[in-house]
Design a protein around this ligand. Structure first.
Ligand code: FPP
Ligand code: MG
Ligand code: MG
Length: 352
């Protein structure tokens, strides 16, 4: 928690450094005339969950515990010990991975809100609703540019490559989501494509951030790196499945944001895909992306009467359990490992 609080301040300072008179460095007049600074910090100031850095730092600490040998050798300056729990320590570069994970996530949300034509995010006006699409796209790019600077400062080519892969996956995931599958695609193929899309869109960020902190813990330990990756991938898929489920079953009041967004965007997620296997007439609505009047209500009703919700919960449980298994297999379990396990288990009954 201490690391995470400090990280929120550090991210803002890396994004838009201020000089001693409070002016935004390097941007000068450009900031005054274009609101670049305000736009850049906008989503970071709204108090996101900081889930990605939390997972990255916990995984860093869990991996470091299995490789004490290396951590002990590191200079005090490159390691940060959490004041309250002396067992949990992360290195400077691992801390940077936490920052980078949140920054890539936020940049992707800025672009996502432009693509989805969203008016709100976290209960406030979206960045594009306030400043328009054109500047929002550029601000997303600006956040990515500053993120790249931090990534390069790790001076670890393997980590730079793994983290750059996340950005590629985000773009490919978004493309997969927009693609219309060929007419003869089977239900099984649709489900496989949905999971692949979910990996790229959401899980890759968790998986590759976890892999990166594991590389930084022990460059030579491929099995540790793979366990960290597996944990992140399975947690990430479970997390997105829960999001997709809540979008269909939760009320706007519970979520604090509009629901059925996916149907409105023409997207068929796990509950709909399962329901289509049971009620093939739903396929027609999916194919026309719920465009006809009454389609969204009809699809919601069919899903509610189907086993789609139950099957999605079962799938969430499978991915949570796979994440739990990966974390449990990490050598030298410590407090952070236990927290990772709890986080995986808690996905099954997450309500928001
Ligand atoms: C939120 O999903 C969006 C994502 C998880 C990824 C979006 C990725 C891009 C727009 C590609 C470009 C990425 C970068 C880094 C420049 P959602 O729309 O399902 O969820 P929401 O309810 O949070 O909007
Ligand atoms: Mg969106
Ligand atoms: Mg989207």
């Amino acid at each position: 928690q201490d690391h995470i609080r400090q990280m929120q301040t550090d991210i803002l300072e890396k994004l838009i450094p201020h000089d001693s008179s409070g002016n935004v460095e390097n941007l000068g007049d450009l900031n005054v005339t274009s609101n670049l600074g305000k736009m850049t910090e906008y989503y970071f100031m709204q108090g996101g969950k900081m889930l990605r850095p939390t997972v990255s730092l916990l995984m860093a600490s869990a991996c470091n515990s299995s490789t004490n040998r290396r951590i002990l050798k590191e200079s005090q300056a490159s390691c940060q010990k959490s004041p309250q729990s002396s067992n949990l320590s992360v290195c400077k570069n691992q801390y940077k991975i936490g920052m980078i994970s949140e920054m890539i996530h936020t940049a992707s949300l800025v672009h996502d809100d432009v693509i989805d034509e969203a008016n709100t995010r976290r209960g406030s006006a979206s960045v594009n609703a306030v400043w328009g699409n054109k500047m929002s796209v550029l601000v997303g790019d600006f956040i990515l540019a500053r993120t790249t600077q931090i990534l390069c400062s790790t001076k670890n080519p393997q980590v730079i490559s793994v983290m750059a892969g996340i950005i590629e996956d985000l773009v490919l995931g978004e493309f997969m989501q927009m693609a219309t599958p060929p007419k003869n695609t089977t239900p099984n193929q649709k489900m496989t494509a949905y999971i692949e899309k979910t990996h790229r869109k959401t899980a890759s960020l968790f998986a590759n951030s976890c892999r990166s902190v594991a590389i930084l813990a022990d460059e030579t330990n491929a099995s540790l790196q793979n366990l960290a990756y597996d944990y992140g991938r399975n947690l990430g898929i479970a997390f997105q499945l829960v999001d997709d489920l809540l979008d269909i079953i939760a009320t706007e009041n519970e979520m604090g944001k509009p629901t059925s967004i996916d149907l409105k965007l023409g997207l068929a997620t796990a509950p709909v895909l399962f329901a289509t296997q049971q009620f093939p007439e739903l396929a027609e609505l999916v194919a026309r992306k719920f465009k006809n009047s009454g389609d969204i209500e009809k699809a919601t009703e069919i899903v509610a009467n189907s086993n789609g919700i139950k099957m999605t919960r079962k799938l969430i449980a499978q991915y949570s359990e796979a994440a739990e298994k990966a974390a449990s297999s990490l050598p030298n379990r410590n407090e952070a490992t236990e927290r990772l396990i709890e986080l995986a288990i808690s996905q099954s009954d997450r309500k928001f």
